[in-house]
Design a protein around this ligand. Structure first.
Ligand code: EPZ
Length: 418
């Protein structure tokens, strides 16, 4: 098994380019099922979840070709409706988007319950609520989800009971080819939602988001398109936390600062210098940062996907702080692994309380994607040589982590264990 070896205690200096956003590349890839034509998708991150999504489409008859390092051609003209690669689907949350696109194209879909990072249940009742209101019958049975249109799906008005990125995107995918206008109220407004809407509109759809309401005016068909994925805001913010742990002076290029602005203000309030210019942001920290208390919430507020990394960074601040998790209450598995490095973190209900801690080298295990990223943050700031196992979790969402950290002066290697 592969593992990361990190020699901590080095300040980071240099410049890296942020990759395309995993959490919009995945729905955009699945959205090509709605388009019987060639689509060229640019700025696609080379991460394992993307390879998994492309494998799933290929197994169903799609033509998939990497034109350049980050550009992939997808043609689903000859796609069959039968889903294969059950194991891959059951491991990845984003495969839930197959429900919306296969329902729209084939009027029915049967897939294994989608998986995802293991921090508690990952329910899909909001997705199914939307499909049922559009006129489908939904059945969860023996670990599978079966959905079929009773006659034909019909546009309608939908109000989500809770803000859900996945349900928002899935219902849009199921609605773009329906006659009439479907509205979705209480929708998610994360950048990856807008990324998917932009892609669909570029392909001929008519989707408008105004605040937390989406209007989806159905069209008869979509056409092939060339589209560039938005930059990954969580990858960018993860590098903010790395700098907060090590100190130094780094520049991130290819970012969309608007997506980062709420969190960037928090880092600035802690003493980090954050200077943005066009699609670049320069981060500097030369003294220990002050502490902070944050609460996770849907965009545009503090993202839950930054919680573990931010908690790890708080260990290296003068005052420590707190992270209150309001979206995934079970997202705390990272704490026990950081404690192996000497972190002083206590969980009380849905709050992680972090005291300033002198972290030292340890052998740790990633338990999910962002928990793994938190261990990288901890190891970079700790003294000595740490190892991080279960790298398979981390490579799901971070492209070329070792290359990027090495180019910033971090001492990191990807090694093969026995
Ligand atoms: C997406 O997951 C992301 N994953 C997650 O990123 C991210 O943490 C999450 O959005 C929130 O921003 C992908 O895009 C592949 P939700 P998703 O539906 O769509 C509850 C990462 O690290 N809920 O917005 O599954 C749910 O349990 C991953 O990149 C229901 O109760 O998230 C959660 O408490 C981790 N019923 C809240 O809503 C539903 O039907 C938000 O979930 C759907 C969701």
């Amino acid at each position: 098994m592969e593992y990361l070896q990190i020699e901590g205690g080095n300040r980071l200096r240099g410049e890296i380019r942020v990759s395309g956003m995993k959490n919009s590349a995945l729905p955009v890839i699945f959205a090509t099922v709605l388009i019987k034509d060639e689509c060229i998708i640019e700025n696609v991150p080379r991460v394992s979840d993307v390879f998994c999504a492309l494998d799933i489409l290929t197994s169903m008859g799609a033509r998939v070709e990497w034109c350049e390092k980050h550009t992939v051609l997808i043609d689903t003209s000859w796609l069959c409706g039968e889903v294969k690669e059950y194991e891959k689907i059951s491991k990845m949350r984003a495969s839930s988007y197959l429900m919306g696109v296969l329902l729209a194209r084939f009027d029915s879909v049967k897939i294994p319950m989608p998986g995802g990072c293991n921090f508690g249940g990952r329910p899909i009742e909001q997705h199914l609520k939307g499909f049922c209101l559009l006129g489908a019958e939904c059945l969860e049975n023996n670990g599978f989800v079966e959905i079929c249109a009773k006659k034909h799906l019909k546009s309608t008005k939908i109000t989500l009971d809770k803000i859900s990125v996945g349900a928002t995107i899935n219902i849009v995918l199921a609605s773009v080819l329906l006659d009439g206008v479907t509205t979705i109220d209480n929708c998610a407004i994360e950048p990856h939602v807008d990324d998917v809407i932009c892609f669909l509109n570029r392909a001929g759809a008519k989707v408008i988001r105004k605040g937390r309401r989406i209007y989806c005016e159905g069209v008869s068909s979509l056409h092939g398109v060339k589209y560039r994925i938005f930059p990954d805001m969580i990858e960018a913010l993860t590098y903010f936390t790395m700098l907060g742990a090590t100190g130094g002076d780094i520049t991130l290029t290819g970012v969309n600062y608007e997506h980062l602005s709420y969190s960037a203000i928090i880092f600035q309030s802690m003493g980090m210098c954050v200077d943005s210019y066009y699609d670049e942001v320069r981060l500097r920290a030369f003294d220990r940062l002050s502490g902070a208390r944050v609460v996770t919430a849907p965009y545009p507020f503090f993202p839950t996907d930054l919680h573990p990394q931010f908690a790890a960074m708080l260990c290296f601040t003068k005052d420590g702080g707190e992270v209150r998790e309001e979206i995934f209450p079970s997202r705390f598995a990272y704490i026990s692994e950081l404690e192996r490095m000497g972190a002083n973190i206590t969980k009380s209900n849905n709050v992680a309380r972090v005291l300033p801690s002198e972290l030292y080298a340890a052998s740790t295990y990633a338990t999910d994607l962002r928990a793994g990223a938190a261990l990288v943050v901890g190891a970079l700031g700790a003294s000595g040589q740490s190892t991080i196992n279960n790298v398979n979790y981390i490579v799901r969402g971070y492209e070329d982590l070792t290359g990027k950290i090495s180019s910033l002066g971090g001492k990191i290697k990807l090694l093969k264990g026995e």
